[in-house]
Write a protein that binds this ligand. Structure first.
Ligand code: PHE
Length: 348
């Protein structure tokens, strides 16, 4: 719009105001951002703006004309001022809506996946077994993995040339020391250090000279139990084990004792479990699965630690943690536990 410099008549000023209003209305519609809005403000209301220039022309008019023209100009100025204000508010509104849309959290999107550690299945099973027996009043006892011949064999009724030692072939460290083949030596250590009653479970790592295959590992975990007190019988042993079977495997399992032999127990048994109603061919023990060795502590073992076998009796059992885990989850190869493949571990 060209600046108005010459003197103006009332009609000319009126026309100029109308023209300015139309120009404003066209320009206003095309405002898109803060910058174009500011340009528009300067163009109409700035020091050299259209409205300002027209204001200075008021002086060309007579006082009567000036009053009317002044109202017209003021009306235009108000229209422009309010229009700019409305535009500015609209721009800010859009901007904040955009920002909000950008910043809003969408809680339905998949999150950042971070792998979470968990207990190894063998640790889980061991803790669960410990828990069952701790609730029955047994205390966890542990001992060294490198043992003496005395604790691992002799005190358990297996003198140096006892043929039963073949069952527990070990790794020998020299000077009469070896890696323990079971956690039974812990039982001897505890009995030697205290008087009856003894109620302990002995979890821990054991070693045997077995070649690794689907069911054998030279290193494995056991939990053994020992209860020595006055008046204990096989019936108590059976009760303790049946408590364990129903807690660990579930009430739908039945159990039975089958005769076995261990040098440190008399009588000795192996314990079988079976899902009630699950019959299988006889060659598979009729569906029975062996879960542990057990028996009444041999009086010679009790006497060996200084207890009076006429006074107290005891019972013990030993189970393999891996075997319990394999039965629980249907795992077919014991080596899966030691390979520690994340895809295997993630299942537990
Ligand atoms: N110590 C035996 C083993 O390792 C298990 C067992 C413990 C058997 C207690 C009977 C009583 O094979």
């Amino acid at each position: 719009m060209t600046p108005i410099i010459q003197a103006m008549s009332r009609v000319e000023l009126q026309q100029a105001v109308e023209e300015a209003r139309r120009a404003w209305q066209t320009a206003e519609a095309s405002v898109e951002d803060e910058a174009s809005l500011e340009a528009l403000r300067i163009r109409f209301l700035g020091k050299k703006g259209v409205v300002t220039a027209l204001m200075t022309r008021l002086r060309d008019l007579s006082p009567e004309e000036r009053a009317e023209a002044g109202r017209m100009l003021n009306a235009l100025k108000t229209e422009v001022t309010e229009g700019l204000e409305a535009r500015r508010a609209a721009l800010m509104e859009t901007a904040s809506r955009d920002r909000e849309a950008k910043e809003r959290y969408d809680f339905t999107l998949p999150g950042t996946w971070r792998p979470i550690g968990r207990l190894h299945p063998l640790t889980r099973v061991r803790l669960e077994i410990e828990d069952v027996f701790q609730r029955l009043g047994f205390v966890v006892a542990t001992g060294p993995e490198a043992e003496s011949d005395y604790y691992n064999f002799e005190a358990l009724n297996m003198p140096a040339d006892h043929p039963a030692r073949d069952e527990w072939d070990s790794f020998y460290l020299g000077e009469g020391r070896l890696l323990r083949t079971h956690t039974s030596p812990v039982q001897i250590r505890v009995m030697r250090s205290q008087q009856p009653p003894v109620r302990i479970i002995c979890p821990g790592k054991c070693y045997r000279r077995d070649n690794p295959d689907a069911t054998h590992s030279p290193v494995f975990y056991q939990v053994e139990l020992l209860w020595v007190e006055q008046g204990l019988t096989l019936a108590n042993l059976k009760w303790v084990i049946s408590e364990f079977v129903s807690s660990f495997f579930g009430p739908e399992y039945e159990m039975r004792f089958a005769a076995d032999y261990f040098p440190f127990t008399e009588p000795s048994a192996q314990v079988h479990i079976r899902k009630v109603g699950r019959e299988a061919p006889a060659r598979h023990l009729g569906g029975w699965l062996e879960i542990m060795g057990a028996g009444m502590v041999d009086p010679a073992v009790l006497a060996g630690v200084g207890y009076d076998p006429e006074e107290v009796t005891g019972f013990a059992f030993g189970l393999g943690v891996e075997r319990m885990a394999m039965l629980r989850w249907g795992i077919e190869d014991i080596r899966s536990f030691y390979e520690n493949h994340p895809r295997f571990l993630a299942q537990f």
